[in-house]
Design a protein around this ligand. Structure first.
Ligand code: SF4
Length: 327
């Protein structure tokens, strides 16, 4: 073989080998990358797994913290309730016996309030008739004429901003009366008490112990809405309370349930807190009064519902006993 031919074959072989090397090199490169991909993938998978585990742990932590917070809230509520029972008439509802039993246990610890007669001259800052020295006498009114008197009332400045007065809702023959604080926006528009969200909850609460709204009587301390649903002030309560007094006089309920602090304090003429007043039996003249949360408070703090449920069961129990005693 000639030298030139040999060089040519060597060069072709070199190119061939070089090309083979490049093919293998390419394969090796790809394998290397796949391996790296796998490694990266594994790492990424591990990261994802670790990440989700971290998030799960976090979520469990949040859940546990929430549960703990809820439990501690419940315990605090229970402690407050227990404390109020220590201070006030303590009724073990599950083991409540006859009327005499719990009367004995109360032994003067309940609050009694005697309202003045509805036939009296009441000095008022706002009422024209009072300015003229007329007697503010409601003793001749029945529930219908009383509602008309309320609809025309200007005894306090709340008349100026009201849309409608809110007199009552329910049966005129009811023996169980619920008294709230004052009308809210929805009540002011409709002229009926407890028709907003809180009212719907009240209906459910009544329903839970087998009471329909139309077999009880529902009203408020004030018959007109205070601006922005603020608490009623002293003058407003003083001006409006003869209407409630006459409602109670006419209805003669066997039991009154005060819904919320404002209703309870004004009905019983006390500054005692709601936690102190709950759980006891108090008196408005000779009518028993039980105090519970306002449904709006239950909407704001659903954990209070358990205590409210105890209160409404007590209402039902005493109401049944009173009615049975009359038969
Ligand atoms: S709140 Fe009572 S006292 Fe005041 S204007 Fe209305 S009905 Fe009259």
């Amino acid at each position: 073989m000639r030298e030139s031919e040999r060089k040519d074959i060597a060069s072709q072989l070199k190119r061939y080998l070089s090309s083979r090397r490049s093919v293998w090199g390419d394969i090796a490169f790809r394998l290397q990358h796949r391996a790296e991909d796998r490694v990266d993938g594994t790492i990424a998978d591990e990261n994802v797994q670790a990440g989700s585990k971290f998030l799960e742990t976090k979520a469990e932590g949040v859940k546990a913290a929430g549960k703990e917070a809820m439990e501690s809230e419940m315990k605090a509520a229970d402690r407050a309730q227990a404390a109020s029972h220590d201070e006030q008439p303590n009724i073990e509802r599950s083991s409540m016996g006859s009327n005499e039993d719990y009367e004995k246990r109360l032994q003067g610890k309940s609050i009694r309030y005697r309202t003045p007669s509805t036939s009296f001259e009441q000095a008022s800052l706002f009422d024209d008739s009072a300015a003229r020295g007329d007697t503010f006498d409601l003793s001749g009114e029945d529930l219908d004429s009383l509602a008309k008197r309320v609809a025309e009332c200007r005894r306090c400045p709340l008349w100026e901003e009201r849309t409608r007065t809110v007199f009552s809702n329910g049966s005129k023959r009811a023996r169980l009366m619920f008294v709230g604080e004052a009308p809210g926006r929805e009540e002011d528009l409709q002229g009926l008490p407890f028709v907003g969200r809180a009212g719907k909850l009240l209906t459910k609460i009544l329903d839970s112990v087998g009471l329909a709204r139309d077999e009880v009587y529902i009203t408020n301390i004030l018959k007109c809405r205070p601006p922005n649903n603020r608490d009623p002030n002293e003058e407003e309560v003083r001006a409006c309370e003869p209407y409630l007094a006459r409602q109670i006089e006419l209805l003669k309920p066997v039991l009154i349930c005060a819904l919320g602090r404002v209703a309870a304090q004004n009905l019983l003429k006390t500054n005692a807190s709601l936690s102190v007043l709950r759980g006891g039996i108090h008196y408005y003249n000779d009518t028993r009064v039980i105090v519970t949360y306002h449904p709006a408070a239950l909407l704001r703090n659903p954990h209070l519902k358990r205590s409210a449920w105890e209160d409404i069961k007590l209402v039902r129990k005493i109401y049944d006993e009173e009615i049975a005693g009359e038969e």
